[in-house]
Design a protein. Sequence first.
Length: 573
Amino acid sequence: MTPARRHILVLFSLVLATLLPGQGSALADEAFNPLRPADTGSPRETLRGFLQTLNDTHASLLQIVESYFSSSRLYLTDEESAAVDRALEQVDLAKRTLDLSELPAALAENISAFRVLQLKEVLDRMDLPAFETIPDAEAMEANEFKRWTLPGSEITIARVEDGPRAGEYLFSAETVGRLPGFYRKVKHLSYKPGATRGWYENYRYGGAGLRGLVPYRWMTALPGWSKQRVLDQPLWRWFGVVLVLLAATGVYLLARRAADAWAKRDTGSQLRTQSAQLARPVILLTLIPLIVHALADNLRISGYVLEVMTLSLWAIFTLSLTWAVWLSAHVVAENIVSSQQMLTGSIDSQLVRLGLRLVATIVSVAVLVVGAQHMGIPAYSVIAGLGVGGVAVALAAKDSLANLLGSLLIMLEKPFRVGHWIKVEGTEGIVESIGFRSTRIRTFYDSLISIPSNQLVNSTVDNMALRKYRRVRTILHLGYDTPADRVEAFIEAIKQIIQIHPHTLKDRSLIWLDDFGEYGLHIVVNFFLDLSDTSLEKLERQKILLEILKLAESMAIQYVVPPLKPQAESSTG
């Protein structure tokens, strides 16, 4: 094999070495334990394990790649793929020596491979001390400060004090965060003997992330113009980004159109329309993880472009999940209202809606906090921001909040319901709906009045619909020429009518001669109907009044009507 061919194989093997998380077992050692953890008991073991793991992985992969390129196959055999997976399992051990706690969770999995290779590139260009001079576990126990810094550098291995990895010695989170800067400072230096040359550059700009999709031979044979870098990414990679985004957009539009078409099959179903709206964030929640995987794992976007794209996509994912939670609460509420056959504007239906909205609000805040943490924004910052924003909203919308609380009190205390006849501050009518801001009343002259809930709570409400008995009170005006005996008989006859009527309260009726009026005698008729329905009340009231009218005709009793008061003449000036 020529030196040039061997150089290509070495470079390509380095690309493969950090490709995908493996699922295998041993490299070459038959006694290898697949569950063996990284030895991080001291700075010495951490540094030794990191270097040895990567060097051994490279040596094993080199054999596989040489076998592949010496053949005419497009893809690796199953045995070779399994061997690659077993080798890459060891790369995870190297990742385990880094403290990744300060990296955003959304980026940690993808960035960790770059950080491992950056650290390897830095160490391959440094004069490392003999392992015997590096503190072991016993030396660190006697050391006051549980950290060790590589001589001549700021690369530190420190003990983790808390969390699930407490007590382990890892490359510190500060070191991990500064690795890109360290690499930029040393990349012009020469490699030391035994280094794995070009590892990071080939991983960052290579195309082995398309493993299983595009043959390795094709990736290495791409034309030179496609490898030109734009924003620190090869040009072919940008073509891939455009294709992925176009494909995702097409899938989203097709799925949304299908959901809208399904909703239009039943134009009268509001629930179908709301479900179609819910489909939009659900589609995004399905597509975004696939897009992130394609960009980060397959196309292997790197650097700041990786951070911006990944964090932006996960931000959209978090907002979509919040949107989905909110719409789901609305859909579930309307489904409950519909299944229980509740009136649309009733208190019970509004309580269901309000309860689920409150749950959705709590869950949405939790989603935002967790999502922000996933993207590297501290939870306390999000909570503080929501708190400040909440105070600002509360001050700006204090009247709306007062009405919301008023509506909540109305829904809990239930002084009236939809369909009740109520009187409040000169307004009288039938309650049509009870909303989160106001209550709507349909007056008897068919106008619609909206009363803010806060005002309604602080007013005296006369609920006519909750009466157990309906009072009837009227005054009959008899002429002075009516004989006293006939007046007395007339009163007794009216009492008899009230007593024999099936829907009157027998012990609460009063009929008496009340006064000598200016134009005639005043007979007061006062009784109660044992009815709770307004329409029946009016019917039975009419029956009784007609019987009294017929009684007066049979007894030749004449009613007198007070003359109307003349209207005041208007002055024309």
